[in-house]
Design a binder for this molecule. Structure first.
Ligand SMILES: [Zn+2]
Length: 285
C-alpha cells in the first residue's frame, strides 16, 4: 500500500501594477496573490499551476527543489497567464517535467495568452518581469493522473473569472480540490466586465465543486493571511460574494457606491484594486 499523499501550498504576495485612470495612487494597485500547489508522493510530485512572473517562477522552483521531490508534471488549471507564465524556471530546474492541461480548450486559451497582442497587454502590467516566450501546456494524455498509485482527477468544471473553460484537480483520497480561479479565498473576486449571465455561470461552477464534497479547497487566488483552506468556508464566501456583488451593482448608480458597499461587507479581503476594476466595468460611460 502506497503511503499517503501530502500537499504543500506556495502563495505569492501581491505585486504592484499600474493603477490606470481613476485609481487613487495613494495606495498601490496590486495583482491578486496566487497559489501553486505541490501534491507529493514518496518520491514524485505534481505541481498545480505555476504563477506569473519570472521571479515568482524562480522562487517556486527553489521551493519545489527544497522538498527533495522529483517533479513529474505541472498541471495548468486554466488558460490565464497568471497561472503558467512562471513555469519556465521550474521546467529548467526539472527538465523531465511535462507542462499539461487536461482540456484542449485550456490549451488553446493558454496559447492565446502568448500572441503578440496578448503579450503587449501583459507587459503593460508587468514590464520587464515576464518571460517573452512562455511555455504553454500540452494536452494531457488522460484526465486522470497517476501519482505513485494515487489518482488525481483533473476535471473541466466550467467558467469562472473570464476563463472560458476552467479545470480543477481533485484528490479524492485527501478530499481536496485545487480549484484554480473557481473559488477565491479572502481576496476580492475578478468580476471585471462580468455580467449577470457570467456570474450565474460562475455560481454553477461553484455547485459543481461543492458536489465533490471536498473538505479542503486550495484556491488559485488566496490572501497570504487567509486563516485556512476550509472548503465550506471558502465556498460559502465565494458564493456570497457573487450574490452580494449582484445585489449591490443592481441598486447602485456609479462605481464608488459599489466599492464602498462591498468594502463594508468584506473589510478584510485582499486586493482592493480587483474590486475597483470590477466596479468600474459595471457602469460603461
Ligand atoms: Zn487567476
Amino acid at each position: 500500500m502506497a503511503h499517503a499523499l501530502s500537499i504543500d501550498v506556495f502563495t505569492s504576495g501581491y505585486k504592484p501594477v499600474p493603477g490606470g485612470p481613476g485609481w487613487d495612487d495613494s495606495a498601490p494597485a496590486t495583482w491578486p496573490a496566487s497559489t501553486a500547489t505541490l501534491i507529493s508522493g514518496d518520491r514524485d510530485a505534481v505541481l498545480v499551476d505555476a504563477l506569473l512572473t519570472t521571479d515568482e517562477g524562480r522562487r517556486l522552483a527553489a521551493w519545489v527543489q527544497n522538498t527533495g521531490k522529483r517533479l513529474r508534471t505541472i498541471v495548468v488549471t486554466h488558460g490565464h497567464a497568471d497561472h503558467f507564465f512562471g513555469a519556465g524556471p521550474v521546467l529548467n530546474a526539472f527538465p523531465d517535467t511535462e507542462l499539461v492541461a487536461a482540456d484542449q480548450r485550456v490549451v488553446d486559451e493558454a496559447r492565446g495568452q502568448t500572441t503578440p497582442a496578448a503579450m503587449t497587454l501583459w507587459n503593460s502590467w508587468f514590464a520587464g518581469q515576464l518571460a517573452q516566450h512562455p511555455a504553454t501546456p500540452e494536452l494531457a494524455g488522460s484526465p486522470d493522473h497517476d501519482l505513485e498509485g494515487h489518482t488525481l482527477r483533473i476535471r473541466t468544471v466550467g467558467t469562472a473569472d473570464g476563463a472560458t473553460y476552467a479545470t480543477i484537480v481533485h484528490v479524492p483520497e485527501l478530499r481536496t480540490v485545487c480549484s484554480g480561479d473557481i473559488v477565491y479565498n479572502d481576496i476580492h473576486m475578478w468580476l471585471w466586465k462580468s455580467t449577470p449571465d457570467t456570474r450565474q455561470a460562475w455560481r454553477a461552477s461553484l455547485d459543481a465543486v461543492a458536489a465533490l464534497a471536498p473538505a479542503t479547497i486550495i484556491a488559485g487566488h488566496r490572501d497570504p493571511d487567509a486563516p485556512d483552506d476550509d472548503a465550506t468556508r471558502v465556498l460559502d464566501q465565494t458564493r456570497r460574494y457573487l450574490e452580494d456583488f449582484e445585489q449591490v451593482v443592481a441598486k447602485s448608480n456609479e462605481p464608488p457606491e459599489v466599492i464602498d458597499e462591498m468594502l463594508a461587507r468584506y473589510p478584510n479581503h485582499g486586493n482592493r484594486y480587483t474590486l475597483f476594476l470590477a466596479a468600474s466595468s459595471q457602469f460603461p460611460a
